[in-house]
Ligand binder design. Structure first.
Ligand code: WE7
Length: 158
């Protein structure tokens, strides 16, 4: 019988159209590859409400496609409920971290551990920079950082 989902992670960035959908797709693929799909609830969200309902940035989609991944994600803002249900909120930069912690601090029974995804990087590259005003190669850098960090995060759960 399939085990119930018992671990959960929400990947978070500013607008949920560049970095966090890449992280979500990368992590989901690792979980599928390891046959752990039924153990994990995985999603992504934004600190801001700016892009709600939008598909990921075209450059994020082509980066994922280049690596054989797809997503149908639509941008959504992190909700109060998310702080009560997710084990982990993994975000990309200090601004995301500050904002999520500020919100989490106001929520009684906040369950989520709020951390930088980059804190799991074996290469110690702590910040996953916003590629919004960048080039394709910046999206590739985001992808490689997400891959290293997601692998290392998943290894925490034997
Ligand atoms: C971004 C962005 C990103 C910057 N995705 N946007 Cl113009 C704007 C204003 C408030 C929230 C959002 Cl989300 C957006 C659109 C979407 N990754 N990065 N904007 C960004 C980057 C550097 C300096 C200033 C901004 C607004």
């Amino acid at each position: 019988m399939a085990a119930a989902e018992n671990k959960s992670v929400l990947f978070v960035c500013l607008g949920n159209i560049c970095r966090s959908p890449i992280a979500e797709a990368v992590f989901r693929n690792l979980v599928v590859e390891k046959g752990l799909t039924n153990q994990w609830m995985i999603d992504s969200g934004a600190v801001s409400d700016w892009n709600v309902g939008s598909s990921p940035d075209a450059r994020a989609l082509s980066c994922l496609r280049r690596h054989g991944l797809e997503t149908t994600h639509k941008a959504q803002q992190v909700t109060k409920d998310d702080f009560l249900s997710y084990d982990y909120m993994l975000c990309m930069d200090e601004s995301n971290l500050r904002e999520l912690k500020r919100r989490g601090d106001k929520i009684p029974n906040c369950k989520s551990k709020i951390e930088l995804l980059g804190s799991y990087d074996p290469q110690k590259c702590l910040i996953i920079e916003d590629p919004y005003y960048g080039k394709d190669e910046d999206f590739e850098t985001v992808y490689q950082q997400c891959l290293r960090c997601c692998k290392s995060f998943l290894e925490k759960f034997p």
